[in-house]
Ligand binder design. Sequence first.
Ligand code: C5P
Length: 312
Amino acid sequence: MSAAERVLVVDAPAKVNLSLEVLGKRPDGYHDLRSVVMPVALADRVELTLSGDSLELTVDADAGIDLSQLGPREENLAWRAARLLQARHGAPAGIRIHIHKRIPIGGGLGGGSADAAAALAGINRLAGLGLPPATLQALGTELGSDVPALLHGGAVCMEGRGERVSSILESRPQPVPGFWLVIANPGIHIATSHAYRMCVCTGGLTERPNSFNNIVSSVRSGDVNRAAAALFNGLEPGVFAAYPETARLVACLRDAGGMGVLLSGSGASVFALVRDAAHGEDVRRRLGAGVWSVLTKTLPDGVMVAHGPLEP
Ligand code: C5P
């Protein structure tokens, strides 16, 4: 590392939607949503370096993560986040981004959005841009509907197309425990836009106010039984019909002992809430080694963790 380089390493957590209601189609082509979103401990590692005179991006991954699903560099959300900060807010020309992927790509776990959130917050700090949270949130909305929730961190209610985000744990006197969960991936890719189109085509828009209220109170109380009973994802029927692998994986996780099982966001990952780590390991064993899976925990208060800046 040369004397001019500065490095910041950010853990960028994935997310699950414990409840996802699709409320209506908007004139801009997006859908109005109401969703309870929680980050999880499964995280990409985003390393940011101020160096050189151009924007560079490299990506590697844990075993089992299919890097062939990565699009071109110009479509990478972390890359686009850096470009936005350069074009509008004076971020330096020389930025190196290295992403170590642990979150399945295109899996409905918000991996690309997490990387974008890490790039926005990280470059803001590393380059001393001094942008307030509201500005970062607005940039995040331009990049993708899940970015504002992941920038905010913790358990949130997400509304609009994703741009309105509010904590559901504000003014809690005690920290609340998270839920253990097993996330599994059937090894297929589902375009988010297709999942939303299927939602409209297969029986209309979805709303389940009881799910929303019960999920919010279960997150506040840490009651995993209540959460398992209230899980809801309005995208499920369309996605299950178009991608039967996802429905089969849900059935496998149920058979393996998952308490409540749900499609994660627009898929193709699915997750099962479990009682504790031992139960989660048991579910993974029953699922078998042929299916990608990971045991992790929701982070009710979790925010992106930054290490650094590491100055020479
Ligand atoms: O915002 P993002 O780029 O993640 O959205 C990808 C696609 O998913 C959109 O182009 C749209 O088709 C669909 N979508 C939607 N309503 C949302 C979020 C996403 O219809 N609230």
